[in-house]
Design a protein around this ligand. Structure first.
Ligand SMILES: *Cc1c(COP(=O)(O)O)cnc(C)c1O
Length: 433
């Protein structure tokens, strides 16, 4: 199957981490997110180990928590000894409330507000990844007021087109993120940052995009960043201590997606860095990677109940579930592909092509078009959408005043735990006066 934490029982039920999805739905209600803790931990470990082997002991993965942010996942990251990247006061607050060691947090974003900057300093966020000159000035002032020296990285735009979807393509010169090397802005902000009395410039960051399979992309961005680092040493005598190459490794949503050998790719990035450092007479900086999607995507699954099946003769068949764009807006946003399975009829032939749609009041509320399901599919059947651990819960909304789903974590010790509870109707009106 699409991911090896999915199997089928003798009675034709989909099992996730060996647990019956049909029983999980009966126990926790529908619709439901389920997550695999062992998988999350294994991926975090895989990054940590591969990075140490490729870049040395100073290397550290940072979990890009915007992919899926709730308290327990920061506890897991903390227990695994890795860092996190955070992009808002909300993510900072969640990590801090969960007891995450904030000196291992990297604060990203292209518009950090004064309030967010103050909160981040109050809770001791280790690094700010500064996106612009305006922000450089604001962070320096805030550090002065707080009486601290704030460590920072500068976000650099290497000028790489990842040829992925436009909205997740962030490394091009005309991106809203970062400072382009090509235009001289990257060099300029470096010079300005070095002069700031309350900032300690530790190095540089880049993030070229998401859902990237083209391994060449990471080698090219590493090469471009090192050439820039060498240039900053030559021009300003600046010694780079940290190099953060961002996230972006792709995951398999369907059988058509390729696989990527993470450890091998990271090893090759390491070889590029070592060779370039030697050629440029640079010391190897401490390397950071920021995987989000590839840590949590296949650790997640969404379960729905079928409500209606509508055949439009000569046109198509719609199968409607009790969720949709509120819990997974990714098809509506990016046309994202997903694998959909009938969780209680896994041994029946998937002999009917249909569009699986949601219950939200919009024609664009499509979970996935042209899905093959058993033609017997009917009300009360259970559909599973696989690989929903990344950018589903974290992008969920209350559109149509539909409560958001809970997350049940299948724990590494074989138990299960509700880590985000289901929203209630009372929750929905709690801010209304
Ligand atoms: C979104 C993002 C990531 C994570 O990207 P994935 O594709 O989920 O691995 C990492 N770093 C930055 C700066 C990001 O914006």
């Amino acid at each position: 199957m699409i991911s090896d934490n999915l199997t089928v029982s003798e009675n034709g039920e989909l099992l996730f981490v060996g647990r019956s999805t049909v029983e999980l739905l009966a126990k926790y209600g529908s619709p439901l997110y389920v997550m695999d803790e062992a998988r999350i931990r294994a991926r975090m470990r895989q990054y940590a180990e591969a990075m140490r082997a490729a870049f040395g002991e100073s290397a550290l993965p940072l979990y890009a928590s915007k992919a899926c942010s709730f308290k327990e996942i920061y506890r897991i990251a903390s227990a695994e000894g890795i860092g996190v990247d955070v992009v808002s006061a909300g993510e900072i607050f969640t990590a801090h409330s969960a007891g995450f060691p904030m000196e291992k947090a990297y604060f990203h974003g292209n518009n950090k507000t004064d309030e967010e900057i103050r909160l981040a300093m109050e809770v001791g966020v280790g690094y700010f990844v500064v996106d612009s000159i305006d922000e450089l000035n604001a962070v320096d002032e805030a550090a002065a007021q707080a009486g601290i020296t704030q460590k920072i990285l500068l976000r650099i735009t290497p000028g790489i087109d990842t040829h992925t979807y436009e909205a997740v393509n962030t490394g091009k010169v005309d991106s809203k993120f970062g400072n382009a090397i090509e235009t001289g802005q990257a060099a300029n902000i470096t010079a300005r940052a070095m002069e700031k009395p309350h900032l300690a410039l530790m190095g540089f960051h880049c993030h070229v995009g998401s859902q990237v399979f083209d391994s060449d992309t990471f080698f090219r961005s590493a090469d471009i960043m090192l050439a820039f680092i060498a240039d900053m040493k030559k021009q300003y005598g600046f010694v780079t201590r940290e190099l953060d190459l961002g996230g972006g490794y792709g995951v398999r949503y369907t059988e058509n997606d390729p696989t990527i050998d993470l450890a091998d790719n990271i090893r090759q990035v390491g070889e590029h860095l070592r060779a370039s450092c030697a050629a440029l007479a640079l010391e190897m900086p401490a390397v950071r990677l920021e995987p989000g999607r590839s840590i949590v995507a296949d650790a997640g699954l969404t379960l729905y109940t079928v409500g209606t099946v509508k055949h439009i003769p000569g046109y198509k068949t719609y199968v409607t579930v009790d969720g949709g764009m509120g819990d997974n807006p990714r098809f509506a946003l990016y046309g994202s592909a997903y694998t959909v399975l009938c969780a209680n009829k896994m041994t029946q032939a998937a002999d009917m092509v249909c569009d699986v749609v949601g219950k939200y009041c919009e024609s664009g509320d499509i979970v996935q078009p042209a899905v093959s399901l058993p033609s017997s599919v009917c009300r009360s059947d259970i559909l599973a959408v696989t690989t929903t651990g990344a950018y589903n819960y974290s992008m969920a909304s209350n559109y149509n005043r539909i409560p958001r789903l809970p997350i049940v974590l299948l724990t590494a010790d074989g138990g299960e735990k509700v880590v985000v509870r289901r929203e209630t109707l009372d929750d929905l009106v709690q801010y209304d006066l």
